[in-house]
Design a protein around this ligand. Structure first.
Ligand SMILES: [Fe+2]
Ligand SMILES: [Fe+2]
Length: 288
């Protein structure tokens, strides 16, 4: 048996989401049912082109093709790495090799954490902490911690020229099928998906001080936001942004969602062996 990650069967081409800005898309099917999750990254093709996160190993070949269909490798000036999870840092080696004129935007702590997987060329690095900005040709880019995150080093990215905010893992949601824009999803399904996925991804939500969390979320929502682009969601455009933030603010009142157990894994294996479609359902409370 090969343990190599399985390439996505369907290609979702880059999607233009704002002036000079493209979403590089990948869709991953969930194991526990017919559900889909995006694994996105961004390319900003301004005077000094920027690549925002580096895709996944499973989609390496296609991700590189998609990125270089928009920008020539020699023109890339900046590579922004939000954090070192494999779905964000999956092609860091390849993109740094392919783009010799690119500076890697990261932080000291990200560098220390990820040196076990990547030999950081310090002369090509720039450390940008939460709240820091830098000028990328015709725009100012600012690192801003997203509302919720799953790594201590996570930084979102705000582009003042287009109002695009890269929310990293915040606003992640599972989907019944691929779609370009979150307005295509039923509102109740979106709310449920946002709640489940964000509780799962940031299990420390139960430790939050509600007042401090409100202030933390205010900081991001007070940016002039035109588009929120998340690694794990279809686009959230202006008309849907308040709804997204409102659901995220409500997370403090939720309970951790149930998760599949060993019994569910056995049922899944049986379904696979017998060619049956499987859709995980949480067990009723108290074994009822
Ligand atoms: Fe992550
Ligand atoms: Fe992620």
């Amino acid at each position: 048996m090969s343990f190599a990650p399985v390439k996505p069967e369907v290609h979702h081409p880059p999607l233009k989401i704002a002036d000079d800005t493209w979403l590089i898309q990948q869709v991953q099917e969930a194991i526990i049912g017919p559900l889909y999750v995006y694994m996105n990254s961004l390319v900003i093709k301004g005077k000094e082109p920027v690549i925002v996160d580096t895709g996944t190993p499973a989609n390496r070949e296609q991700w590189l093709k998609d990125v270089f269909s928009i920008v020539d490798p020699g023109d890339v000036r900046w590579i922004f790495l939000s954090h070192d999870d494999v779905d964000h840092a999956g092609n860091l080696h390849q993109i740094m090799e392919a783009c010799p004129n690119a500076t890697l935007i990261s932080t000291w702590f990200l560098t220390e954490r990820h040196t076990c997987d990547f030999n950081f060329p310090l002369e090509r690095c720039r450390w940008v902490n939460d709240g820091d900005s830098w000028r990328a040709g015709d725009r100012t880019l600012t690192a801003i911690m997203p509302p919720l995150f799953d790594s201590p080093v996570t930084k979102g990215l705000y582009d003042d020229r287009t109002g695009v905010y890269w929310a990293v893992d915040s606003f992640a949601t599972p989907l019944p099928g691929p779609m370009d824009d979150i307005s295509q999803l039923d509102a109740a399904q979106w709310k449920g998906g946002l709640e489940m996925f964000n509780c799962m991804n940031s299990p420390w939500f139960k430790l939050l001080d509600p007042v401090k969390f409100e202030r933390h979320v205010d900081r991001v929502q007070s940016l002039e936001l035109e588009v929120v682009a998340s690694c794990h969601s279809p686009l959230i455009r202006r008309s849907k942004i308040d709804e997204a933030f409102s659901t995220i603010r409500g997370i403090v009142d939720l309970e951790p969602p149930p998760q599949p157990t060993q019994l569910d894994l056995e049922e899944l294996m049986h379904a696979l062996a017998t060619g049956r479609e499987y859709m995980w359902q949480p067990a009723p409370p108290n074994g009822a």
